[in-house]
Design a protein around this ligand. Structure first.
Ligand code: HEC
Length: 258
């Protein structure tokens, strides 16, 4: 229980900041917000981001190309675009909102898995390690009635309900544009005792605007959890796939790890 002095201090702080009384939703000790309240918070954040400023294109990127990409990032996908049947959100802009479209987010992605003999098993055959938060529910595919239940953690998961926050994407175009030699030099500058590896793998989706990228040529991986993807085109393909269930020529099957 909070001491009386603590309560007074909290009340004074609240008065100074113009926030509400202790005991309501602004008090971390109070009940967490309900699902409906969380949804309303997310909807308000998305609306504010869409109405706000979005920064400006970097030198070399035309306003038209920037606006086209921004519109695609903000487009709400539907079942006819390939959304689902399981998904986390209907647009990229739904999650990356704070500070403008492309920013960090208020959503939390959910993951599960298991430790087997001290090694992490993503339980891929059971849909792991990402757990999609939404389902299309009941819908018609032609004359077939489909019913897709919401994903739940499998019984053998021992790593449960882990949350991953949405990071901001500002400046990642610059990371993508750096030559491999830049990352080699960064690693070489680190003390040998703590130096990691610079991982390379074949490019699966070359960026047509970058003549140094060709299909299957090795490139330093610079995006994704544990360094899984060589450029932003590949990450976007993985995000359409993993966050919205939308497959594409590079990722023809649904995957639940990025
Ligand atoms: C449901 C929320 C959600 C949606 C929708 C979403 N993202 Fe993200 N995004 C995340 C989270 C969480 C991460 C951090 C996890 C990770 O790196 O895999 C992330 C990370 C990223 C990164 C950073 C990768 C890195 O290594 O630094 C990029 C780029 C990105 N998203 C692009 C997109 C694009 C493009 C879309 C739409 C196709 C999209 N995101 C849709 C939640 C989301």
């Amino acid at each position: 229980m909070r001491s009386q002095i603590g309560t007074i201090a909290m009340t004074m702080l609240c008065a100074a900041l113009g926030c509400s009384e202790p005991g309501d939703r602004s008090d971390p000790a109070a009940d967490p917000p309900s699902k409906a309240e969380r949804r309303a918070q997310v909807a308000a954040t998305v609306e504010a981001a869409r109405a706000g400023t979005t920064g400006a294109p970097l030198a070399g990127i035309s306003a038209a190309a920037f606006n086209e990409a921004l519109a695609a990032f903000n487009t709400d996908e539907s079942i006819t675009d390939g959304l689902g049947p399981l998904f986390n959100a209907t647009s990229c802009g739904h999650c990356h909102t704070l500070g403008g479209i492309g920013g960090a987010g208020v959503q939390i992605n959910r993951h599960f898995g298991a430790y087997v003999n001290g090694i992490f098993d993503p339980l891929a055959s059971e849909g792991g390690d990402a757990r999609s938060l939404f389902s299309l529910g009941t819908f018609n595919r032609g004359s077939t009635l489909c019913q897709v239940p919401v994903e739940v953690e499998p019984a053998d998961a021992t790593v449960k309900n882990v949350g991953r926050l949405v990071p901001p994407l500002f400046g990642l175009g610059l990371v993508d544009a750096m030559p491999d030699a830049f990352f080699d030099a960064l690693a070489a500058g680190e003390p040998a005792a703590i130096r990691g590896i610079v991982k390379r793998q074949p490019i699966l989706l070359p960026n047509p605007a970058d003549p140094s990228q060709t299909l299957f040529a090795p490139r330093v991986v610079r995006f994704g959890w544990k360094g899984a993807l060589t450029n932003l085109a590949e990450f976007s393909a993985a995000a359409y796939n993993g966050e919205m269930g939308i497959t594409n020529p590079a990722l023809r099957r649904r995957q639940t790890r990025t």
